[in-house]
Design a protein around this ligand. Structure first.
Ligand code: NAG
Ligand code: NAG
Ligand code: NAG
Ligand code: NAG
Ligand code: NAG
Ligand code: NAG
Ligand code: NAG
Ligand code: NAG
Length: 611
């Protein structure tokens, strides 16, 4: 993981660092920082890279090759290009780019890479500046243009200016890669991006360019390359088939089911072939993301249970349970795994009065098993829904592999700390996104990823901070397997056809809704977010399946949504977590409860704008 930054100036105005942006970049890449300036006839560039050391030997960036090309690479090559053991993927990408003789070769190279990336590449021959993000947009890249000094800036992370509800930062759309002809830009005195789009099956080029034009910084323009050159995605298109008939008598969405009934219902479903196939591809995706990582063994001191190399953002829900269970397969048993569980303090203590207990405000009813756990304990203000399911999930994992040390990190956050850190850091990272939902998720993910909390040891609490550099997150499961309640609504109103459209649309916008933000927020701790559900092979497999194999929304909550994943969880030996209904992080962690309950998730969040 790196913080990458490039500014292209068409005037002779000297460049001055925005100290806040520089500090944010340093936090992403604490292990090495370097700047490389380039002077053209009438333009100047500054390349700045901040590297987090993950595996192999540290490879400082920017990488300048023998031909004078410069690469800023914020990515991981999990597969697709041969990277020999001991070799560094950044160096390999740089060498391969150097040997490319044409634009189409550069595009073919980028298309072949399995893994997340954001990059900037100065191609000396011809004087071109290339940049862009991977197909899903798993790494953040922002741009802005300052018309006064004619400067275009590209950066992993920006900063929000207090008091302004808009700065000029925007996310670079993950719709393709972009090329600037620096000589032409100098002549014209303005910046024009040539777009090489991802080959989105189904999506027309015109809708792609429309999306891009909306985000192009004012003062710049973008043109589609007329040669028709494209990036070829490794991801196969979504299966649009619709079942011939649905069994109306089986629709039982509205009835209430006990945990036992849900278990029985799940047991009656069988999709062995798909389950085994999904386990195979998902397990591989997790393996690629957890293997060959450095432990903190620089000083050769023996490994302790506190030295995990991998952590999971852990709510105890099915997505995170499956990731933890699969990580268990690939991480040697003597190494610990950190489970990061965040809770925001409940405003008023909940009454321990069963008869007076009000049903929860949000739509997700707790299942019986959840209630059992809740009622058997004394309440703490941090016993939020995700803490309760997290503890239950921990038990299941401990049963599954008692040899392993599972560090269940209870991350308790007070209102005061939330406000302080939002102001100091999180508002900058979430930016340029700005809704109430972005605020809730951004804050919850930031505190979870920081990994500072307590672990329980023999009934006493010990302060603990996770040292894991890799954080697995379950994002992408709900979007692909119809986990959100809006999927039910859509299914009810417009059937399978509507549901498929909704899923296609959501996967298409996941970069701008979630991934850029989550990458910026997690990387702020010098840690790297990895998304197994968004592995190219996993998405391809799920895309190939007809929608009714992934979810059956005629079945009740807790079974129907993400049905295939529930069956997978069962097959992996998980039981209670297999039938937990989806609870969005802002509700599960109760961060949404801390704030004005009248605001809508899509409203602009005023808390992000002050300070
Ligand atoms: C990288 O930087 C982090 C944070 O400063 C530090 O804890 C870690 O030891 C460094 N790693 C290496 C390999 O220098
Ligand atoms: C290459 O080096 C960078 C920086 O040290 C590091 O983040 C990355 O994980 C390394 N990759 C490999 C394959 O060694
Ligand atoms: C580019 O051209 C050189 C010299 O003709 C050749 O050796 C090299 O293989 C070419 N690169 C690619 C990626 O085809
Ligand atoms: C399209 O791309 C090709 C290859 O990079 C380049 O030679 C050509 O000039 C581009 N055309 C336009 C109109 O930008
Ligand atoms: C519909 O479901 C019911 C209950 O499972 C079953 O008895 C019936 O045979 C099904 N009908 C069709 C046409 O599959
Ligand atoms: C519990 O709630 C019931 C109904 O609201 C009330 O009558 C009773 O006094 C409460 N008990 C306690 C211990 O608060
Ligand atoms: C953290 O929250 C848990 C409830 O899940 C509670 O048991 C524990 O005492 C809290 N620890 C601290 C230090 O607040
Ligand atoms: C979509 O699913 C149907 C039903 O399983 C299958 O027959 C068809 O081949 C699939 N289509 C694609 C493009 O994978």
């Amino acid at each position: 993981m790196c913080g990458i930054f490039c500014v292209l100036t068409l005037s002779s105005a000297p460049f001055e660092w925005d100290k806040t942006v520089y500090e944010h970049l340093r936090r992403r890449g604490p292990n090495s920082s370097q700047d490389v300036p380039v002077k053209g006839a009438c333009y100047q560039c500054l390349f700045s890279a901040h590297v987090l050391h993950m595996r192999g030997f540290l490879t400082p960036q920017p990488i300048q090759d023998s031909a004078g090309n410069i690469l800023l690479w914020n990515g991981e090559v999990f597969e697709g290009l041969p990277v020999k053991p001991g070799e560094n993927d950044t160096a390999v990408v740089s060498q391969r780019l150097m040997s490319c003789n044409s634009s189409s070769e550069i595009l073919a190279l980028l298309s072949a890479i399995h893994g997340p990336w954001g990059f900037v590449y100065y191609q000396k021959a011809g004087e071109y500046l290339w940049f862009g993000r991977d197909y899903f947009g798993r790494r953040s890249l922002l741009w802005k243009f300052d018309a006064e000094v004619k400067a275009l800036t590209l950066t992993s992370v920006g900063a929000h200016v207090s008091g302004h509800d808009q700065s000029n930062w925007q996310e670079v759309p993950a719709a393709g890669v972009y090329r600037i002809d620096l000589k032409a830009a100098t002549e014209a005195g303005s910046v024009s991006f040539e777009i090489y789009p991802w080959d989105h099956a189904g999506n027309s080029i015109s809708s792609c360019i429309e999306a891009i034009l909306e985000s192009v910084p004012s003062g710049c323009n973008a043109v589609m390359n007329q040669s028709g050159l494209k990036l070829t995605s490794l991801v196969c298109p979504l299966n649009m088939s619709i079942p011939e008939s649905i069994n109306e008598t089986e629709i039982h969405t509205n009835s209430h089911f006990s945990g036992k009934e849900l278990e029985e219902l799940l047991a009656s479903k069988e999709q062995m072939y798909e389950v085994d196939h999904l386990i195979a591809v998902l397990s591989d995706a997790v393996r690629r993301r957890v293997q060959a990582l450095p432990l903190r063994v620089q000083d050769h001191s023996p490994l302790t249970p506190d030295d995990a190399s991998v952590a999971v953002l852990f709510s105890g829900g099915i997505d995170s349970m499956i990731l933890a269970a699969l990580a268990d397969r690939h991480i040697p048993a003597h190494q610990s795994i950190d489970l990061l569980n965040v809770a925001f303090k409940l405003q008023e203590p909940r009454k321990q009065n069963k008869s007076a207990k009000k049903p929860p405000k949000h739509k997700n009813k707790p299942t019986d098993s959840e209630r059992d756990v809740a009622d058997s304990r004394t309440f703490s203000p941090f016993d939020v829904p995700d803490r309760i399911t997290g503890k239950a999930g921990l038990k299941e994992l401990q049963n599954m592999n008692p040899e392993r040390t599972w560090n269940f990190v209870e991350i308790n956050i007070s209102q005061e700390e939330l406000q302080k850190m939002r102001l100091e850091r999180i508002s900058h990272l979430v930016h340029p996104l700005c809704t109430v939902l972005d605020d809730s998720i951004g804050c919850a993910v930031w505190f979870a990823a920081r990994g500072t909390g307590y672990i329980m040891e023999d009934d006493s609490q010990r302060p603990f901070t996770s040292s894991a550099k890799v954080i697995l997150t379950g994002i992408g499961a709900d979007e692909q397997l119809a986990g959100y309640s809006r999927h039910r609504v859509r299914f009810k109103t417009s059937g399978h056809e509507g549901l498929i459209q909704e899923l296609a649309m959501e996967l298409g916008r996941i970069s701008s809704r979630n991934l850029g933000r989550d990458d910026r927020v997690i990387a702020d701790h010098g840690k790297e977010a990895r998304f197994p559900y968004l592995d190219e092979d996993v998405v391809s497999y799920l895309n190939s399946l007809p929608v009714w194999k992934k979810a059956d929304l005629s079945l009740p909550r807790g079974v129907g949504e993400k049905l295939l994943l529930r069956l997978t969880a069962k097959q992996l030996g998980l039981s209670k977590s297999a039938i937990l209904p989806k609870r969005a992080m802002q509700f599960g962690s109760r961060i949404a409860k801390m704030e004005d309950t009248h605001e809508k998730a899509s409203d602009k969040c005023t808390r992000l704008l002050t300070g």
